[in-house]
Design a protein around this ligand. Structure first.
Ligand SMILES: Cc1ncc(C[n+]2csc(CCOP(=O)(O)OP(=O)(O)O)c2C)c(N)n1
Length: 630
């Protein structure tokens, strides 16, 4: 079938099981081919082909509401709702978003990117439905990984209590990004092996009702028998105890099972949870046999071999530089403990885990717990390292404030994927952390100019005993600079002058240093001499250098790949104002809006964060100064 001709999921209603199976094969072929050129979340999507088709066959989207948790597995939903023709632009600048997007389709009713929000969103939609008196079904689809997130458990607790009509689909593929972890994961494992409780329960009821005369009475006692059967047949009655009708486990690649259970759930009052067992990567061997999560989300690849097309000889990834330095330090310092909330692969902590299994914790998708657990470790004199993506640290904000900063504990944060992350788009851009950390008492915040300085800042963080300290580093690879053998401490709050100049100063750090140097070089051709400063400590700033700079009367440009409001430039302006300096300061950074997906270069261009714009700004302010002097 030509998937690009699909305009609405209505065509599914008339299809037989055999036709649905043919459609699944077409969808898989399409995904494997398309994603081989664009990259994307291939594993999760290949796993939900039958599930998504069955959902659209049984329910009526957009009247019925599908909420895709995390949203990375919504590609099949996008295909069935008329977007196959746009797949060539997937995750590209101004192209199809890799996650559900409300302005893309009326079938995308809930936007996601961060995990474990679907149940709370669904509870809100169900509450609205009941207040308004409408009749639609609300169907959150959540993975076994996302279910470990605290928010999902908070919502389960509430939904079970409220007894709202809702059909929760638990897509259990035993994987999070990496293999799923935790006691809940083990409980699901026991449910998977316990067999089909629901059918046993129903068959018993039907059987008892058939017995003449006493049947009714017996059937009423069936309730009680059912209850005891729950314990007999299913080892973990977690969901039933919480107030859900539990159906499953069912084979998520079998249309008969899927459709029958979805229809049964439609008739069931109160919250239902269907436990659907799927295989991540189903139908594409390299993805299906992946045990560590390489095929969860991936760049372009060669279909025949599964080889991922990567530049050869690239410098080490930033995550590697930081995590491997922590590993090196951990050999000498037994207080070092590494914590990741579900991202051991992305954070490049696999080597650390192998070498120090007793000092490594993958806590699952549990950012809040990760941060507060680190605080607990620190109270006992340990030196916890929390490797966490900037965007996901947002979820643990109060834990950073209340548990770590307020108690002034020695927790070291590795804030990975800081700055624009590109193709994952607005839910994942790591652009808020400076603004939400800079104002916290006790916090030290740094960003290195290259990977050599990065390893020294990691060492500095380990030596620091004054409380919380965080290093930001971007997605992707380092610059390929020479690495010093010996690690050294960099004085807290010290900046570095990279280039002297007399007409203007550029203050910047991390990824935008290259842009500043390039601009300074271009400006020198116009006879403008620009000072460039590596402001590697965002907090505390190098106040001595700032005083000198402002006293010298130089106009200043600040550059940051982070939001302008509350950012580094704001800190510089605050400093100037507090000390009565009136030098002109132009702040460059991310404007007050969410930045969508695209390559980082395209996005930087869109928001005018380019060397050309730096040149323009420096010319503007330095010519004023020249006029003033003349
Ligand atoms: C709050 C948050 N933390 C971490 C992530 C990164 N992440 C994206 S998908 C994923 C795993 C989700 O696993 P699961 O829900 O089982 O879905 P699957 O990919 O296995 O289908 C993780 C940890 C995220 N999106 N949101």
């Amino acid at each position: 079938m030509d998937l690009t001709k699909i305009t609405s999921p209505q065509f599914l209603k008339k299809m037989s099981i055999a036709e649905l199976e043919d459609l699944s094969a077409d969808v898989r072929k399409f995904l494997i081919e398309q994603l081989s050129t664009t990259g994307g979340h291939i594993g999760p999507n290949l796993g939900v082909v039958e599930l998504t088709i069955a959902l659209h066959k049984v329910f009526d989207s957009p009247k019925d509401k599908f909420l895709w948790d995390v949203g990375h597995q919504a590609y099949v939903h996008k295909i069935l709702t008329g977007r196959a023709c746009e797949f060539g632009t997937l995750r590209k600048y101004q192209g199809l978003c890799g996650f559900p997007k409300r302005n893309e389709s009326e079938h995308d009713v809930w936007e996601t990117g961060h995990s474990s929000t679907s149940l709370s969103g669904a509870m809100g939609m169900a509450a609205a439905r009941d207040i308004k008196g409408t009749k639609e079904y609300v169907i959150p689809i959540i993975g076994d990984g996302a279910l470990t997130g605290g928010m999902a458990l908070e919502a389960l607790n509430h939904i079970g209590h409220e007894k709202k009509d809702m059909i929760v689909i638990l897509n259990d593929n035993e994987m999070s990004i990496a293999p799923n972890v935790g006691a809940l994961h083990s409980a699901l494992g026991r449910m998977r092996t316990a067999g089909k409780y629901n059918w046993v329960k129903d068959e018993l009821e039907v059987l008892l009702k058939k017995i003449p005369a006493v049947g009714g009475k017996l059937a009423s006692t069936a309730e009680r028998i059912k209850d005891s059967l729950k314990y007999l047949v299913v080892s973990g009655m977690f969901f039933e105890e919480l107030g859900f009708t539990y159906l499953g486990p069912i084979d998520g690649h079998n249309y008969n099972d899927l459709i029958e259970n979805l229809k049964y759930a439609k008739k069931t009052e109160g919250p239902v949870l269907i436990h659907v067992v799927t295989k991540k990567g189903k139908g594409y061997e390299p993805a299906e046999s992946d045990k560590i999560g390489t095929w969860h989300g991936i760049g372009p690849y060669k279909i025949e071999t599964g080889d991922v097309l990567k530049p050869v000889g690239a410098p080490p990834a930033w995550s590697s530089v930081v995590s491997e330095t922590v590993r090196k330090i951990a050999r000498e310092d037994e207080r070092v403990v590494a914590i990741t909330p579900a991202m051991p692969v992305g954070s490049k902590l696999e080597n650390f885990a192998k070498e120090f299994p007793e000092r490594m914790y993958d806590v699952g998708i549990a950012e809040q717990h990760a941060v507060t657990m680190a605080a607990g470790l620190a109270t006992q004199g340990m030196k916890p390292f929390v490797a966490i993506y900037s965007t996901f640290l947002q979820r643990a904000y109060d834990q950073v404030v209340h548990d770590v900063c307020r108690q002034n504990l020695n927790v070291f944060f590795g804030i990975d994927r800081s700055g624009l992350v590109g193709e994952d788009g607005e839910t994942h851009q790591g652009v808020f952390d400076i603004a939400f950390l800079r104002h916290l008492p006790n916090m030290v915040l740094m960003m290195p100019k290259d990977e050599n300085e990065g390893q020294h800042l990691v060492y500095t963080a380990n030596k620091y005993d004054g409380g919380p300290i965080a290093i930001r580093y971007p997605r992707g690879n380092g610059l390929g600079v020479k690495m010093d053998e010996e690690l050294k401490e960099i004085p807290i709050g010290s900046w570095e002058v990279l280039k002297e100049g007399t007409d203007a100063a550029i203050l910047t750090f991390g990824t935008t240093i290259g842009m500043a140097l390039e601009a300074a070089e271009a400006l020198s051709k116009d006879d403008l001499s620009v000072k460039v400063v590596n402001a590697r400590f965002i907090k505390p700033m190098d106040e001595a250098m700032l005083h000198d700079l402002f006293k010298s009367g130089l106009p200043v440009v600040t550059i940051e790949e982070a939001v302008l409001q509350g950012g580094f430039g704001s800190a510089v302006v605050e400093f100037a104002s507090d000390h009565g300096y009136t030098n002109r300061v132009v702040r460059m950074g991310i404007p007050d809006r969410f930045i969508e997906h695209g390559s980082v270069a395209e996005l930087m261009n869109e928001i005018d964060l380019t060397a050309a714009k730096v040149v323009e700004n420096v010319k503007l302010i330095s010519s004023r100064r020249k006029q003033k002097r003349a």
